[in-house]
Design a protein. Structure first.
Ligand code: FRU
Length: 508
């Protein structure tokens, strides 16, 4: 039986979705049916479809009481909306149905596990927020919340841990048929730790152990954990709040990190070996993964960030979008990401430029905040739904350029730049001139130890975003773009002659 709150949300989204023309959304990145979207939730395969749920506030383009939106797809690129799956309509989730995950039960029913948020007045008169883990079981469209929710409450957590910051359950099934659930929590020192719970039926849970501890190394609280095995390694993804910068690896604010280590499945012991940022750009957070039927580990994140996502005026009919689905692998001990291979089926209108000269631009200044207008362009190399593969080499091997700039979403007034600085081992993205009217973060740099003189870059554009893959996916930089879609120029600038190979496709 769905509640009045859920019925109203479903009616609302059905009516207001119709007012959003398809051309005013991303073409192949999932955006909310209407209103606000944040984290991916319950990313899974159920029946013969991929399902993606998401943190959702249908009534406004800003965050509000969290619902779960719902969409399905056969290729992770073309999405069809289903009715909202969850609304904040029970005493234990009246202030929000926060992030979580999904799994198929033995009997074929679909189980969602999420965080119920409830504000309560405590003894001293203050209002405090309590978070618990709750389940809802359904058929892939309609879900019934479990009578005895919450199924994991704060009585189970270690002494002194936070009852307010206890959220984002990630569930998986082990080979022996038992279930595990990893939940983000704050230790008594205010720093994040991840708690592991176990269950035989996915409904009755016991605390097993503290799975990983932040100890104030990477931000404070860790949100939205995901854990999986990949190529014999354990991989932990999480999104820390309150990061301090470290070189160009981590930046201030909300971040995204990957810890690769050793995982002993018999004792559920994870031993950290290496840590890195997942995405070095501006907009990437709260990523979740699935294993596809053909065995690929695929990740999708929220293509926004908390420090800037409140800056828009809220008049837009939708806000927030998911990243491209990215296939994961481990290369040289690092997490490597590459656009899902299904994207290649969307390619059309191939344009190829071989060994083309980009002559040095006289007025390309050394300054970091330079404004570049125009530059070298090539016939047919333009567009806002584009898959562009680029290889850049110095024209004279003994005279490497200092800066090679690729400007996308460009016209006489606007442009967003991807800057290669090989001598410094830096790549930079800069959307200062993208049409943004807000004083938010517009630039970010990544340290990339380039391997040789030939630099390879793959850029995927989908109207309001760019995702840039360097070094075959070892480094990725993602940003959302406010630029009007009529700005579809792509220009190249360099301070020393360079030779490029370009293969460009439209994405249909
Ligand atoms: C991360 C997050 C989660 C929480 C959700 C609330 O972006 O803060 O920790 O469950 O968003 O919308």
């Amino acid at each position: 039986m769905s509640s009045q709150t859920l019925r109203e949300a479903r009616q609302y989204e059905e009516v207001y979705e119709k007012l959003i023309p398809a051309e005013e959304r991303p073409k192949f990145h999932l955006s909310p049916r209407v209103g606000w979207m944040n984290d991916p939730n319950g990313f899974c395969i159920y029946g013969d479809k991929y399902h993606m749920f998401y943190q959702y506030h249908p009534y406004d383009a800003h965050w509000g009481p969290m619902h779960w939106g719902h969409a399905i797809s056969s290729d992770l690129l073309h999405w069809e909306f289903l009715p909202a799956a969850l609304a904040p309509d029970e005493f234990y989730d009246k202030d929000g149905a926060f992030s979580g995950s999904a799994i198929t039960l033995e009997d074929g029913r679909h189980l969602l596990i999420y965080t119920g948020v409830m504000k309560r007045t405590v003894e001293n008169g203050q209002v405090k927020e309590f978070q618990t883990q709750c389940i809802a079981i359904g058929d892939g469209v309609d879900y019934e919340k479990y009578d005895a929710n919450p199924v994991i409450n704060s009585d189970l957590i270690p002494e002194g841990s936070s009852k307010t910051d206890f959220r984002d359950p990630k569930i998986w099934k082990k080979d022996d048929g038992s279930y595990r659930c990893l939940v983000a929590n704050r230790a008594p020192d205010g720093s994040g730790h991840l708690l592991l719970f176990k269950s035989d039926d996915c409904i009755h849970w016991d605390f097993e152990k503290i799975f990983a501890k932040n100890e104030r190394r990477y931000g404070l609280m860790w949100e939205c954990p995901d854990f999986f095995e990949l190529e014999g390694k354990g991989v932990l993804l999480t999104s820390p709040q309150d990061m301090l910068p470290e070189g160009f690896e981590f930046h201030n604010g909300n971040g995204n990190i990957c810890i690769i280590g050793d995982y002993d499945s018999a004792t559920d012991t994870f031993t950290e070996e290496k840590v890195q940022a997942v995405d070095y750009g501006i907009d990437f957070y709260a990523m979740q993964t699935i294993k596809t039927l053909d065995g690929r580990r695929v990740m999708i994140g929220w293509m926004q960030n908390w420090d800037t996502s409140g800056a828009h005026d809220g008049k837009e009919p939708w806000f927030g979008q998911m990243s491209l689905p990215r296939e994961l692998s481990i290369k040289d001990g690092r997490l490597c990401q590459w656009p899902i291979k299904e994207l290649e089926d969307m390619r059309s209108g191939k344009v190829e430029c071989k060994d083309a000269l980009v002559a040095a631009t006289q007025d390309l200044k050394a300054s970091d905040s330079e404004s570049i207008q125009g530059g070298v362009s090539f016939d047919g190399v333009k567009g806002r739904c584009v898959d562009l593969e680029l290889e850049v080499k110095p024209a004279n091997p003994d005279d490497m350029y200092d800066r090679f700039v690729i400007s996308i979403a460009a016209d006489e007034k606007y442009h967003t730049d991807i800057v290669l600085r090989p001598k410094e081992n830096i790549a930079k993205i800069d959307r200062k001139f993208s049409g943004s009217r807000r004083a938010i973060v517009h630039q970010r740099r990544a340290h990339i130890p380039w391997n040789g003189d030939s630099i390879k870059v793959r850029i995927v554009l989908d109207r309001y975003s760019m995702e840039v893959f360097f070094e075959d996916g070892l480094y990725v930089m993602t940003a959302s773009l406010p630029t009007d879609v009529s700005c579809d120029g792509i220009y190249f600038n360099t301070n020393k002659d360079a030779i490029v190979n370009i293969v460009k496709y439209d994405l249909q």
